[in-house]
Design a protein around this ligand. Structure first.
Ligand SMILES: NC(=O)c1ccc[n+]([C@@H]2O[C@H](COP(=O)([O-])OP(=O)(O)OC[C@H]3O[C@@H](n4cnc5c(N)ncnc54)[C@H](O)[C@@H]3O)[C@@H](O)[C@H]2O)c1
Length: 375
């Protein structure tokens, strides 16, 4: 693991997710940019002292040289380090599991995609919410034609943590990497959670917009980057969509909600109730589909415990790790990519996310003009 040291947010979640299905052991880490903290954090995880690194490049080289070196690296640093870290490990022949967004520019994302392809390495991107069985079931329903042709999508990802008094302080704005364009990238909320919403709606609806119109906003005084974004979407088949993400949405914890409207029926998913999916036929009653009871290969592949026993965020995260492990094992055995891992988000999804950020910025800067979305 690179990043995820003492006091970090998402690294510990990755470690739980990696180990949930007995697919990985955590054996080495460059867990912080601060040497003392990196060593302290590695010791706390009981890593062997010689595998607690203070520099990710040294770690990549040392691990590649070991007979028992790591198969994969988990990258859980701030955004600006994703590309340098992923590059160092891929150049050492090591598979990558990287958190989103892919990086801070499309150019570096495109280079990562090329490197992964050239070296024939797995590059998983942890768009966590696509690991939920009911999200995968929704994707399968749309692809099967169960809701007809998609004509409208609506996705919102609303949080309120940035509105907390401590986060509104000048001190936080000045020192936290989320507010620093050199570390977060050219957008704030858009990169942080807008990319999750963008990926989720494309994953389920099975289509990508060709144009968008966006407005970025910062409610926080003296903030460089957006803490709110609203976007309208046009699709090549004539469908229309709306996406908004905010970290200033009072009272919202992690409110990621998706609705997809087809010509025959609509679907609704709420991340805070991930064991259910609502299917409503035109003119009919809403049906509550539940994990463990729905019949479908995608949901069954991503389910661990029997119906009625809730699964959640950690299992969704673990699903991405499990799919990545299946791909790594297949590659090592010279086998084709296992079909059942087709839902795993990859570096290509990351590039699409970076192009989304580019188009949002370009539209906003042009006074919220309709802007083509590059493929
Ligand atoms: N998938 C998700 O839902 C999700 C949720 C939260 C965060 N994230 C992403 O995960 C990444 C990390 O976010 P976070 O909230 O955990 O950040 P954080 O600031 O809490 O943790 C970042 C970690 O990276 C370490 N780090 C910094 N420079 C380093 C270096 N040179 N070498 C090694 N380690 C270094 C820090 O010491 C810290 O341990 C971000 O890209 C963020 O967008 C994803």
């Amino acid at each position: 693991m690179v990043g995820g040291g003492d006091g970090a947010f998402i690294g510990a979640v990755h470690r739980i997710a990696a180990r949930l299905d007995d697919c990985y052991e955590v054996v080495a880490g460059a867990l912080s940019g601060n040497a003392e903290r990196a060593l302290r954090s590695g010791t706390a995880l009981r890593l062997a002292p010689e595998r607690c690194y203070t520099d990710f490049r040294a770690m990549a080289q040392a691990e590649a040289a070991r007979a028992d070196g790591i198969d994969a690296v988990a990258i859980v640093t701030p955004n600006h380090l994703h590309a340098p870290v992923a590059t160092a490990f891929m150049e050492a022949g090591i598979h990558v599991i990287c958190d989103k967004p892919l990086g801070i520019s499309t150019a570096e994302g495109v280079a990562l995609a090329a490197l992964a392809r050239d070296r024939n390495l797995v590059f998983a991107l942890t768009h966590t919410y696509t690991g939920y069985p009911m999200v995968r079931h929704a994707r399968e329903l749309v692809a099967s034609g169960a809701i007809g042709d998609v004509r409208l999508v609506h996705v919102e990802y609303a949080q309120d943590w940035m509105a907390e008094a401590a986060m509104q302080s000048d001190e936080f704005q000045r020192t936290n990497w989320h507010n620093d364009p050199a570390k977060a990238g050219p957008t704030g909320c858009t990169s942080d959670i807008g990319t999750h919403a963008f990926h989720l709606v494309g994953f389920v609806a099975g289509m990508q917009p060709s144009e968008l119109l966006a407005e970025l906003h910062a409610f926080t005084p003296n903030r460089t980057l957006d803490d709110h974004v609203q976007v309208m979407l046009r699709y090549p088949n004539g469908a229309r969509g709306m996406l908004w993400s905010s970290q200033m949405a009072t009272g919202c914890e992690n409110a990621l909600k998706l609705r997809v409207f087809g010509t025959k029926a609509s679907l609704a998913f709420d991340q805070e109730n991930p064991n259910e999916l609502w299917l409503t036929p035109q003119g009919g009653c809403a049906q509550r589909l539940t994990r463990g009871r729905v019949v479908g290969a995608a949901a069954e592949h991503a389910t661990r415990v029997p119906s009625g026993h809730p699964e959640g965020y950690l299992e969704a995260f673990a699903q991405l790790y499990r799919d990545a492990a299946a791909r790594i094992h297949a590659l090592k055995a010279g086998l084709p990519v296992p079909e059942e891992t087709a839902d795993l988000p990859t570096v290509d999804d990351g590039v699409a996310g970076m192009r989304f950020i580019d188009a949002v910025l370009a539209s906003h800067r042009a006074g919220s003009r309709w802007t083509a979305l590059e493929r």
